[in-house]
Design a protein. Structure first.
Length: 180
């Protein structure tokens, strides 16, 4: 876990500062399982989020990484003693790799998708700081898929670039702890 946090900190140039703008969290979604993520609060209005997930290894392998940039809107007014409840929305980009099966039915593929996510967070007034979020994730607006499968002679590749909605609406639940 330490290696993942350090790797993500290097990606974003994030320092382990006392202002605690960096969080590590867990997420679960109905469309792609579960994963871990890194969240960076840039200011009171924007957030970077890096998602890692859909971890399956062995006969069936799948891994994915997503990147989201979200805009926060503090529309819901609540007493500060119970925290704050910003709405968020923004674009996200995802990359996924998957493979599996045995001969003669082996397959593999690569997905690249662009979508939009939005939801509501609860920034709890606790120590250490934490937030919990629920998000709606759009179907991919644009997507590129390459799939390869074993044919009668050898590997056969299919390429499927597409614009338009691909997939379905998803829900993602997230919990973050702000350690650094």
């Amino acid at each position: 876990m330490k290696k993942v946090v350090l790797f993500l900190a290097l990606i974003w140039g994030a320092s382990f500062a006392a202002d605690k703008q960096n969080a590590v969290g867990l997420w679960v979604g109905d469309f792609s399982g579960w994963g871990i993520d890194y969240k960076r609060l840039n200011d009171n209005n924007t957030v970077w989020n890096v998602y890692l997930g859909d971890f399956r290894l062995g006969d069936e392998t799948a891994m994915g990484i997503g990147l989201g940039y979200y805009f926060l809107h503090n529309i819901i007014k609540a007493d500060a003693s119970i925290g704050r409840f910003p709405l968020h929305w923004g674009p996200n980009l995802g990359f996924g790799f998957w493979s599996g099966g045995d001969r003669p039915n082996r397959y593999s593929g690569l997905d690249i998708g662009v979508g939009i996510a939005g939801g509501i967070s609860w920034f709890a007034p606790t120590t250490p700081a934490l937030d919990a979020s629920i998000e709606l994730v759009s179907p991919n607006i644009g997507m590129w898929r390459e799939s390869r499968e074993v044919g009668p002679d050898d590997w056969r590749a299919n390429y499927n670039p597409a614009l338009g909605l691909k997939g379905s609406l998803g829900v993602r639940l997230l919990v973050h702890l702000y350690f650094f």
